[in-house]
Design a protein around this ligand. Structure first.
Ligand code: ZN
Length: 487
């Protein structure tokens, strides 16, 4: 059955055309025609009155982590409720494939909370399972998963044959539609890979003309060096398209690096197409375990949990945290279990514990527990969101509203409305805001079938009430759905 969307202002996702009063005709799958008001009045179609709202392409989440959570809760309410119909997953080096005897057990444990049996090996099989989901998930190939499939999770050197095998496995994923490779150079085991191991893999990205994304090795103290490393790797491998994941400057003492950071990106733009995604929040979120200093000598959560069963080790860690995280360390907010949304210092005081001992105890009980860190400057964040090469990304795993698969950072339900609201407040033209949520991410990941309203494109559209589109998600109530948007 054809559908006619009328009484709306068309924002077409190209970023170029100003909004105009128009109509859109679509069948169940594809857009048939887009025109001015009353163009299709004669068509035999189900008429959908948009009530004067904006009509735009459905949003594309350029940076998601719903690789397994979407299989556990395929309705993907956290995405759909804010207008996303597509998510690029497999980010930060972590994808759900390839799976071999070297990494299956680890991945199963890592994703234990979702109760999904990892019974696939390759991208193609995994993508078939994703078809049950209510949004389209398009998985990047995560380098850390790829390396673990060949070498496991330890700090072991790769032989030339290992590197070739990594490249072969990557080619197979590219042949099955994975749009690029994601690096997570901060995380195990990608952090162990030497340049000579990475290059054959990266040359595969170049050969297929795919995008290389990166969770930089540092987003704070050494972010400039981390950017140099990323750009140099891409250039050496002959890659043309690079993408910085969740662009931000972490830690107050690094905020003055913004100018140098942007200059470095501008310089790289002369040789590479550099893009980025960003979420509109000043608190980042990751494993609480990232606070463990390098000198503690543990790189993975499972080993950390085991070691911290001993009181001596907990005290040793607490002492190291005391000295390594000085007065200006970013305040830490706990996100899991009974402390969800509470600051570490408050939770510790309530339990009459020293904060660092308390953190060590939490890690002993739940080494995978997550925390957020208030280390992003609001002013810089706003500036980054508005850059013409930055698109929207949640950096979250879609989880059901009732918390059955755990709780989230409010960005899980609030990224699209917050992104829209903050850029609208900066007076960025509406067509450019929508482009950063649709046409731009489509272009970055080579999704030529969506992201703009034009004949032949996917019939995924959103209706937006521009003054009522807002996030209801908070730290204490992170799963409240957005208002003012209909997918
Ligand atoms: Zn990341």
């Amino acid at each position: 059955m054809k559908r006619l969307f009328y009484n709306c202002t068309i924002v077409d996702g190209t970023g170029k055309n100003p909004p105009y009063r128009g109509e859109l005709l679509a069948d169940d799958l594809k857009i048939l025609s887009v025109g001015m008001e009353n163009s299709f009045a004669h068509e035999n179609a189900r008429r959908i009155d948009c009530g004067g709202q904006l009509l735009a392409p459905a949003f594309i989440d350029a940076h998601g982590h719903s690789d397994l959570s979407a299989l556990a809760a395929p309705e993907c309410f956290a995405r759909r409720s804010q207008g996303f119909a597509t998510e690029i997953c497999g980010n930060c080096g972590l994808s759900a494939f390839p799976v071999t005897s070297r990494n299956r057990e680890h991945l199963q444990e890592l994703y234990a909370a979702y109760g999904v049996e990892i019974n696939w090996s390759e991208c193609a099989e995994y993508r078939k399972l994703l078809q049950q989901c209510a949004i389209e998930l398009i998985p990047l190939s995560g380098y850390n998963t790829l390396r673990a499939a060949v070498l496991g999770y330890g700090d072991v050197p790769a032989t030339a044959a290992d590197a070739r095998l990594e490249a072969t496995l990557l080619s197979a994923a590219f042949d099955h539609g994975s749009p690029g490779l994601s690096l997570g150079l901060l995380y195990v085991p990608g952090c162990f890979a030497k340049r000579e191991e990475l290059l054959p893999v990266l040359r595969t990205v170049a050969k297929y003309d795919r995008v290389l994304t990166c969770h930089l090795r540092s987003e704070g103290d050494r972010i400039l060096e981390a950017l140099d490393e990323f750009f140099a790797l891409a250039l050496d491998a002959g890659i043309e398209k690079v993408h910085i994941s969740h662009l931000k400057l972490a830690g107050k003492r690094n905020w003055d690096k913004a100018e140098a950071l942007l200059a470095k990106i501008a310089d790289a733009q002369t040789r590479l197409r550099v893009t980025a995604d960003a979420y509109p929040y000043t608190e980042s979120m990751t494993d609480l375990g990232v606070i463990v200093p390098e000198a503690f000598g543990v790189f993975d959560n499972a080993t950390l949990g085991t070691l911290l069963q001993s009181q001596e080790n907990r005290e040793k860690l607490a002492a190291m945290l005391q000295s390594s995280r000085g007065e200006d360390a970013s305040p830490i907010r706990l996100l899991d279990g009974e402390f969800s949304g509470e600051m570490l210092t408050d939770a510790a005081a309530r339990n009459h514990r020293d904060p660092w001992i308390f953190a060590a105890e939490l890690l002993a009980q739940a080494p995978n527990s997550r925390a957020s860190f208030a280390g992003i400057s609001e002013e810089r964040m706003e500036e980054f969101l508005a850059l013409d090469y930055v698109c929207v990304g949640t950096d979250e795993s879609s989880r059901p509203a009732d918390g059955t698969l755990g709780w989230s950072h409010p960005r899980n339900y609030g990224t699209a409305p917050e992104f829209f609201r903050r850029l609208a407040a900066q007076k960025l033209p509406i067509e450019q805001i929508i482009w950063k949520m649709t046409g731009l991410p489509a272009q970055i990941f080579g999704l030529s079938d969506r992201g703009v309203l034009a004949p032949g494109k996917k019939a995924d559209v959103v209706r937006i009430d521009p003054s009522g589109f807002h996030s209801e998600a908070t730290w204490t109530n992170p799963h409240r759905p957005a208002k003012g948007v209909t997918l």
